[in-house]
Design a protein around this ligand. Sequence first.
Ligand code: AKG
Ligand code: FE2
Length: 743
Amino acid sequence: YEKFCEKSDRGDTGCDESPKNHFAQDENLKSLDVLVFTVATNETDGFQRYINSARTFGIEPVVLGKGEKWKGGQNIKLYAGGGWKINLLKEALKQYEADDNKIILFTDAYDVIFLGKLSEIINRFKATGAKVLFGAEPYCWPNVDLAKEYPEVEKGQRFLNSGLFIGYLPELYKILNKAELEDNDDDQLYYTLAYLDKEFRDSNKIKLDHTSEIFQNIFGAANDLEIVTINDKDAAAETYLLKNTKTNTQPLVVHGNGFSKLTLNYLSNYLPSGVWNSYEGCVACKHGEINLEKIPRATWPVVHMSLFIEVNTPFIEGFFSKIYQLEYPKERIHLFIHNTMKYHSVHVKNFTEKFGSEYLSLKEIKPEDGSPEWSARDLSLSQCLAKNCDLYFAVDSTAHLDNPFTLKLLIEQNRTVVAPMLVRPGKAWSNFWGALTNDGFYARSNDYMDIAYSNKRGLWNVPFINAAYLVNASLLKTYDSSQITYNLPNVDADMAFCYSLRKLDVFMYVSNRVDFGHLINYETYDITRAEPDMYQIFENEQAWQEAFIHPDYFDNLNPDKKNLQPCPDVYWFPIVSRKFTNALINMMESFGKWSSGNNEDERLEGGYEAVPTRDIHMNQVGWERHWLYFLQKYVRPLQEHVFLGYFHDPPKSLMNFVVRYRPDEQPSLRPHHDSSTYTINIALNEVGKDYEGGGCRFIRYNCSVVDTQIGWMLMHPGRLTHYHEGLLVTKGTRYIMIAFVDP
Ligand SMILES: O=C(O)CCC(=O)C(=O)O
Ligand SMILES: [Fe+2]
């Protein structure tokens, strides 16, 4: 399938296709009489990786079978191919028949990478004394019964693998012509029988690379392999080598045969040395990138953006606003929304009614439609094709794309499948898996934590992604809907999808080259509460702050900023957002059990309140822990900022409540001291609009704050100096949030 790089009608896309490797120059390459052959019908991700690794060392393999239909039989999944590979090679070598010194290196393509120079490969080959050398593996395949016919070995692997071999042309040619074989016969069996013919083996000096001097087949040997890091003081960056710790060798060609493809994918994040290093991050991820800025916006790829709301999700408004803020022309985006949650119908409606018409098209699947996740996801893939999309972009409601350039950057990355790395902040939970168990479930790779915490940045080939990812639609056009699907019995939709991609050897990349955003934790979300997002301060701190803290809050702490002081030692700060003030009022009014305003108060330890208000305590709505955390995290720093030298962490507060003043209920509060070291008093609604009158008067200073600002907080000492009263509310309802800190 095509990449944008190869689209001629897109003009100069800034594609950089050729890997450059400055330290791997092979000076001896030209003098070598070697030909490198491989077989590949399609330019898959694996093929691209193979070619890139070859070019790193200046190797240009001859690709046989390019563009043809695979004729190598059924066993493509287990071993890279069949007899067809042999017949292709035999045909290709015909033209060289008389050439005695010529050396032929054959490798599979999709699951192979080069780790070293061709001249070094030749040197090591010559040192073996073999005329033809095959790679070795621990399994006798495809015919186990032949195992006993193999010579015993002291060290290394005993059996032949046909994915990697090297030989002089005459001897190799003899092997290729030893017997007839059909295109769909097994190539490994063919070579095995040639090898097991002792007389033939000896006369043609056919050997196996038992100890992986050159060839490393991974299957069955993954535990023997280790990536070694070499920090050379004089080098610009560290180098990486593959080491076989069992044989103590450093192989030069590595083959992810059988079920070891994922191991090869892991290794190829670091190998060949130069694709990634800790100074520059990923070097290889620049290959094939495009630059959208070089293309007129009106011709930017058409994206089918599919949003999935499969769980009740905190901060869904934030989710939608980040989707809306993505830096991409909306007239190039088809929007598809699958919502299974009735609770979110109103949020979806708010978004689509306001912004839906800006998109190229809009399709919505509602909870009433009752379609299961996999079918909605499969449908969205086929919608993408029906709309002739260039790209498919899936985003789950738990994925907050904080970086507005996310979509654009992913497109520019220009990979078949790429996900922006998203994590639950401070947690190891992310939207990718570094490794898989044998039965396809989560396993942790060695580098998982380093990637999840962005200690290592790059573009990582991984076996599982979810929550947000971009798929090049040419992939969807290449395979049919039974091959790429979210529908698989007994597995959830994401796992089914990734399984289909793995089966097709499509690479899934996750990028943390920059910060893209974060994941929402939905596990404790309780939609039976009024304002459930308010209760998410612990689970989703970052989103909570974004939603509920005043946009100017952090400016309060700026040393150059003069904090407002409307009365002596009464400080005034913006602290919470309108979302917060609305939510807190709603929490209290939904609960509704306002106190009587009498002195008797059974909520208090002493049962008596000298200066009662009409109020509801935070613990009555199950929000006390949250409030105390808010005090510690957002209020305490302000206190330390203005009342110097007083430290009390965490702040204590027993009395935390919302007060309601009304002309016909309790309209004012008589002069009093608070039993606090300091008191905070947050205005929850708007004077002049929601009520008239009100405010707080500090009697000793004859100073009143009456022009209170919604979301702003007064902070004042509680005792002795700051004798105060609540002024009369003459109309409407006034709400304030009060806490007596450090009583
Ligand atoms: O109405 C005001 O702003 C003051 C309230 C107050 O002093 C209190 O609740 O202790
Ligand atoms: Fe007070």
